[in-house]
Design a protein around this ligand. Structure first.
Ligand SMILES: C[S@@+](CC[C@H](N)C(=O)[O-])C[C@H]1O[C@@H](n2cnc3c(N)ncnc32)[C@H](O)[C@@H]1O
Length: 455
C-alpha cells in the first residue's frame, strides 16, 4: 500500500463503491480515498482535502467520465442541501448499493457468511418523509427555514422539498410569513439569541393531518407563541394540533424536555398492519410510514409462519408498533420502552382496541431484562430488538439470549452496529438465518435491516 506522504494532492481515480456513510471509495496504489458526491463507476479528478494514516478524504475537481448509473436529480437544491446524498444515482442502483453496504458491514465487522436478501424498495420514492425538522434562522427582513448544507451549519432556505408532502412546504411558508408579524424572531445559533429554533412537523399518511411543533429558545409560554399557534391552527387546513417545545440549551438536540400543546391534539394518527396508532411530538416513529408498514407486515408474516401462539418480547418498543401489530398472531406480547410519552400512547391504542394480550412497561430495556430474568429464564419464544443507531450493549444481548427460547428478530437502522451485535450473538452460538434490508430513506445512504437470528 502507498504511504500517505506519497499521495499526490490532485489525482485521477475511478470510484469503486460506496462507503456506509455514502462516500465514494477510490484506491490509489491500495490507499483508500473517500470522495464526496460521486457514484460508483465515475472517473474523476480529485483534490485531497484531509489525510489520515490509512485513508484520505477528497473532493471532486472534474467529472472526467460519468458513471452509467448517474441520473438528473429531481430536486434543484440537491447539490446544496445535505439531505439527499444519492439523488443523482438511479433508484434501482441505489438499492443495489444499499445491499452492498449491508454486505460490506457484515463481511468486515461480523466476518460471517450471512444471506443478505435484495433490498425491498420504498413504496414511495418522493413525498415519503412524514417527519420534518427544519432549523430556523433569520435575516433582517425574514425568517429562513430548511436543512443545513452537508457538514456545515449553513442553512439552505428550502421553499419546496420533493421528499416531503407538498402541504408541509405550505405550513413552513406560512410560519415564515407570520412568525415575525407575531413578534417571533428566528434563532441565531452563534449568539444563542432569537426565539424560533426549529419547526418540527409530524404528518399522517392516513389522513394528511399535521402536528406542528415550534421549538423555541424560551422557558415558558408567551402571547406571541399563543398568537402564532392560533393562526396556524385556524388558518391552515388539516392541522391536528400546534405545540411549543421549550429548548434554551446550547445544544444540537432539537427538542427540549417540555412540550405544551396550545391548539388541538398532541398527536397524529398512522395506520400500520390495519391498526391505527397515535404518534406524538416526542415519540419515536419511522419517518417513512410506507416502508414502516412493509416492515411490520413482513415481521408479522414471518412470525405467523414460524411460531404458533408464541410469547413475544418487543424491546425498544417506541409506541409498541411491533407488539401491537403482532398481538393477533401471538399468545402474549410484553413491550419495554424508556420514553413515557410513547408508552402512554401505546396504552391508549391497547385500551381503545380492547387488546387483552399486550403488556406495556415504561423502563430501561436492560433493567427490565434483568428483572424478568429474576422471574424466569427463557420466558419468551421470540424477542424483537429494535434499538437506536448505537445498537445493543453486550449485557443487553446476553439478557435477550437468556430470556428467549427460539429467535431474536433484530431490526436495525445502522449496518455497522448490527454487524457488531451479530458477531457477538454468533460467538454465543447463534445462527443468523438471513438479513432482509428495506429502503426507509430513498436517495440517502441510510438502510434499515431486519435480521432473523436462531438460538
Ligand atoms: C429505533 S426506535 C424503535 C421503536 C419501535 N420499535 C418502532 O419501530 O417504532 C428505538 C426505541 O428505543 C427506545 N430506547 C432507546 N434506548 C432505550 C433503552 N435503554 N431502554 C428502553 N428503550 C430505549 C427509544 O426511545 C426508541 O423509542
Amino acid at each position: 500500500m502507498q504511504a500517505v506522504k506519497d499521495l499526490p494532492k490532485e489525482l485521477d481515480v475511478c470510484i469503486e463503491k460506496l462507503s456506509n456513510l455514502g462516500y465514494g471509495i477510490a484506491k490509489h496504489n491500495g490507499f483508500v480515498i473517500f470522495v464526496t458526491d460521486v457514484a460508483p463507476g465515475d472517473k474523476v479528478r480529485i483534490r485531497i482535502v484531509k489525510k489520515n494514516k490509512n485513508f484520505a478524504h477528497a473532493i471532486v475537481l472534474e467529472l472526467l467520465s460519468p458513471s452509467p448509473y448517474r441520473v438528473k436529480p429531481f430536486c434543484p437544491l440537491q447539490k446544496v442541501c445535505g439531505a439527499c446524498q444519492l439523488q443523482f444515482i438511479d433508484y434501482n442502483y441505489q438499492l443495489k448499493l444499499k445491499k452492498d453496504i449491508v454486505a460490506d458491514a457484515v463481511r468486515s465487522i461480523c466476518g460471517a457468511e450471512i444471506e443478505i436478501r435484495d433490498v425491498i424498495p420504498s413504496p414511495k420514492q418522493i413525498q415519503y418523509r412524514h417527519k420534518i425538522q427544519y432549523p430556523v434562522s433569520e435575516t433582517k427582513s425574514s425568517i429562513r427555514a430548511g436543512y443545513y448544507k452537508t457538514g456545515t451549519h449553513e442553512l439552505v432556505n428550502i421553499k419546496y422539498c420533493p421528499i416531503q408532502p407538498t402541504y408541509c412546504d405550505e405550513i413552513i411558508e406560512f410560519i415564515r410569513q407570520n412568525a415575525k408579524k407575531c413578534g417571533i424572531s428566528g434563532y441565531n445559533e452563534t449568539e444563542h439569541s432569537g426565539l424560533l429554533r426549529h419547526i418540527v412537523i409530524r404528518t399522517s399518511s392516513l389522513n394528511q393531518k399535521s402536528l406542528v411543533i415550534l421549538v423555541v429558545n424560551a422557558e415558558g409560554v408567551r402571547a406571541e407563541f399563543i398568537e402564532l399557534a392560533r393562526k396556524i391552527y385556524t388558518e391552515i387546513d388539516n392541522i391536528a394540533g400546534v405545540g411549543i417545545n421549550y429548548n434554551v440549551r446550547k445544544t444540537n438536540l432539537i427538542l427540549g424536555e417540555k412540550t405544551e400543546i396550545l391548539e388541538g391534539d398532541g398527536f397524529i394518527e398512522e395506520k400500520l398492519c390495519d391498526r391505527v396508532f397515535k404518534v406524538g411530538a416526542k415519540t419515536f416513529f419511522q419517518v417513512n410510514p410506507y416502508t414502516a408498514d412493509n416492515i411490520f407486515r413482513y415481521v408479522k408474516e414471518y412470525i405467523s409462519n414460524h411460531s404458533q401462539n408464541s410469547v413475544l418480547l418487543d424491546a425498544y418498543a417506541g409506541i409498541t408498533a411491533f407488539g401491537i401489530c403482532m398481538a393477533d398472531v401471538a399468545k402474549k406480547v410484553v413491550s419495554v420502552e424508556e420514553v413515557k410519552e410513547s408508552v402512554a400512547l401505546a396504552d391508549v391504542i391497547v385500551r381503545e382496541n380492547k387488546i387483552k394480550n399486550v403488556e406495556l412497561h415504561n423502563k430501561d430495556a436492560a433493567e427490565f431484562f434483568e428483572s424478568e430474568l429474576k422471574k424466569r429464564k427463557k420466558g419468551y419464544d421470540i424477542t424483537i430488538l429494535d434499538p437506536p443507531r448505537k445498537g445493543c450493549t453486550e449485557k443487553s444481548l446476553d439478557y435477550a439470549l437468556q430470556l428467549t427460547k427460539e429467535k431474536i428478530i433484530y431490526v436495525s437502522c445502522n449496518p455497522a452496529t448490527l454487524a457488531r451485535d451479530l458477531k457477538y450473538l454468533i460467538a454465543q452460538g447463534c445462527r443468523v438465518e438471513f438479513i432482509q434490508p428495506f429502503d426507509m430513506f430513498p436517495h440517502t445512504y441510510h438502510v434499515e435491516s431486519v435480521a432473523v437470528i436462531n438460538l
